[in-house]
Design a protein around this ligand. Structure first.
Ligand code: HEC
Length: 144
């Protein structure tokens, strides 16, 4: 009688230890879920704010058709999407392609192309830390 109640105690302890061990593994697995959700969320919010042209992947706006006409003949639009320049920077890239890679004169359409690139593929503003606090009024923490 006494023997069997000890056996029950031992079995209970084994299950307890097993449960604690398993639950510590489970917590590891759970902690990865929020990380995945955050990256999913940011991907969703990015794609929500800008419409992408399914054919080229470029951002849709009223001058896209001109960029498609002038800039998709020689290379993938990924080269455009991977770059972020100022209007002047884009102009220099166009001049560079004209000088070295047989890009034709864009004529009047250059303004539309530059309007598009400046608006949609400008240098990205990084979200960074706030500026350090100034004029901090320190006070003594009084403990009773
Ligand atoms: C006549 C062919 C041609 C056309 C049209 C053309 N490009 Fe290019 N572009 C090139 C070549 C060639 C390269 C170099 C590719 C490489 O390095 O692999 C290039 C490279 C680029 C690069 C990468 C530059 C770098 O520093 O790596 C960008 C950005 C670019 N082109 C944008 C444009 C834009 C915007 C237009 C439309 C105005 C355009 N391209 C039209 C030929 C062209």
């Amino acid at each position: 009688m006494k023997n069997s109640s000890n056996q029950i105690k031992i079995i209970f302890i084994i299950f307890l230890v097993l449960g604690i061990t398993l639950s510590s593994f489970r917590r590891d697995a759970d902690s990865e879920i929020p990380k995945k959700n955050i990256s999913q969320l940011s991907r969703i919010s990015l794609s929500d704010t800008t419409k992408k042209d399914p054919e080229t992947g470029l951002i849709v706006d009223e001058n896209l058709y001109m960029v498609k006409a002038q800039c998709t003949g020689c290379h993938s639009t990924k080269l455009i999407m991977a770059n972020h320049f100022t209007r002047d920077g884009w102009k220099q890239k166009i001049r560079w392609m004209q000088a070295n890679h047989n890009l034709w004169e864009l004529g009047d359409t250059e303004k539309q192309v530059l309007d598009y690139l400046e608006k949609n593929y400008a240098p990205v503003q990084m979200v960074s830390r706030r500026a350090p606090l100034k004029d901090i009024q320190w006070y003594d923490l009084k403990l009773k």
